[in-house]
Ligand binder design. Structure first.
Ligand code: ADP
Ligand code: MG
Length: 245
């Protein structure tokens, strides 16, 4: 459903992704784990083409993008980006919009939906993340966990094929991170396709069917999450898992 093949991405002299391949099955969740600086965020940004790889191939929603060193067509960027929703570590809500306004924004600005339709969809999504009663709250009035749940609703607004989450719980206390884990687990049960970069083993073990360990821009090991976490094949994987405690 989403397939990255031999993705190479550099910043100047630094090659951050050295030929990364991975697949996310439709309706399933893949956890992307790995040390800081291993290239997790860059990889997620290559899926929504916020970064353009120099080489490799991305298959998403029946569309194949081959990276050749030339920038993709604008129309390709637009189509691929519309198939993805992104959730960031630090929520990145629009501070001058209410919770409802944050979720409605892309429906109105990008998809040009009429206000009433966008509002109905946004309220439905806020209800899904358990925040129907916070629709009129400003981001600053919400806890971190609530802000992240609004961010998840916002990312889902345009019905993306894949939800990309970049360390969605790492800015939160354990207690607040739990409410975000619960929302992601519910989405997973409903069959939302997700690629989640995380250091949070509780999140990964709860939500992901598959896991991939990235180290220094290379895939060390990938496979069923339960096996990777409990019976890794690679020594390096075992060592990394041990650091997560
Ligand atoms: P992770 O998310 O696993 O911590 P990142 O993808 O953020 O890793 O970063 C991988 C490497 O790429 C790091 O060495 C980081 O400094 C570098 N990097 C990321 N983005 C940029 C950029 N825009 N310009 C230069 N270097 C970058
Ligand atoms: Mg990162």
């Amino acid at each position: 459903m989403i397939r990255l093949a031999d993705i190479v991405k550099s910043f100047g002299d630094l090659t951050v992704l050295k030929g990364v391949s991975l697949a996310v099955r439709e309706g399933s969740v893949t956890a992307l784990i790995g040390p800081s600086g291993s290239g997790k965020s860059t990889l997620l940004r290559c899926v929504n083409l916020l970064e353009i790889p120099e080489a490799g191939q991305l298959v998403i929603g029946g569309e194949t993008v081959r990276f050749t060193g030339r920038p993709p067509e604008r129309e390709t960027l637009r189509r691929v980006r519309r198939q993805t929703g992104m959730v960031f570590q630090n929520f990145q809500l629009f501070p001058h919009r209410t919770a409802l306004g944050n979720v409605m924004e892309s429906l109105i600005v990008v998809l040009k939906w009429p206000e009433a339709k966008a509002r109905a969809r946004a309220l439905e999504l806020l209800d899904k993340v358990g925040l129907a009663d916070k629709a009129q709250a400003w981001p600053a009035q919400l806890s971190g966990g609530q802000q992240q749940r609004v961010a998840i609703a916002r990312a889902l607004a345009s019905s993306p094929r894949v939800l990309l989450c970049d360390e969605p719980t790492s800015a939160l206390d354990p207690e607040l991170s739990l409410e975000v884990v619960e929302v992601l687990a519910q989405l997973a049960r409903e069959g939302t396709t997700m690629l989640i970069a995380t250091h949070d083993l509780r999140l990964a073990a709860r939500v992901a069917q598959d896991a991939v360990l990235l180290e220094a821009g290379e895939v060390v090991e990938g496979g069923p999450a339960a096996e990777l976490f409990t019976r890794p094949r690679q020594e390096r994987t075992a060592r990394f898992i041990a650091t997560l405690g």
